[in-house]
Design a protein around this ligand. Sequence first.
Ligand code: MG
Ligand code: MG
Length: 263
Amino acid sequence: MSKIHYKSVEEIELIRESSLLVSKTLGEIAKVIGPGVKTIELNKLAETFIRDNGGVPAFLNYHGFPYSLCISMNDQVVHGFPGDRELVDGDLVSVDCGVELNKYIGDSAYTFAIGEVSDEVKKLMRVTIECLDLGVQKAVAGMRIGDIGYAVQEHAERHGFGVVKELVGHGVGLHLHEKPEVPNYGKRGAGVKLEEGMVIAIEPMINAGKARVKFWDDGWTVSTVDGKPSAHYEHTVAINKGKPDILSTFSYVDNVLKEKNKN
Ligand code: MG
Ligand code: MG
């Protein structure tokens, strides 16, 4: 889409429902993800769960993407293919999910640690989630796109991490990718002004090492140039006055992981 699609209150409620189904799907993934699981099994689980709940996987067939989830492991940044590789202790797995429900799309991603990961990876996960939170805090009417990017970039780089520039967040709702682009870098007070009715996906992609990425000849997978791990978290957010209206939630994932950690 070439111009920003401003959503009505009713449309935002529909995107909230789609985003909720995305969030619940990530919660289902959280239940089963672990050592010995093949990522293609996670893809199957997600597709079944989404369809059983009346939705359609928004990524499947998007510009020919062949799966319902993007699953990006370790040095893969985003857009990885699910496959037959079994997860092992120490893997870092970004699971990105989109759902179309009642013609509206929600988009969210979570990065899971498999078993015990290195201290560097733990820090990368923590800082990337903090980047998302800091970016989301700027997603209020009157701020600008650059305020979000600045918040994300400043926090990541302060910790010595690389901010991916080649891929960005985006408007979302009627289509998976709408205007405006939402980069994870920028200048305060620069770029498109945020106004009520805008719905955007904020999705920091943060590398433990260098910022640069490479694009695989499968046409999709993106990985770090230096082979170091990368993390990715994403929320769909509606722009409001005063405070952001976060349409997706990690509460399902968090509750599952809390239970798992007890055992
Ligand atoms: Mg996504
Ligand atoms: Mg997205």
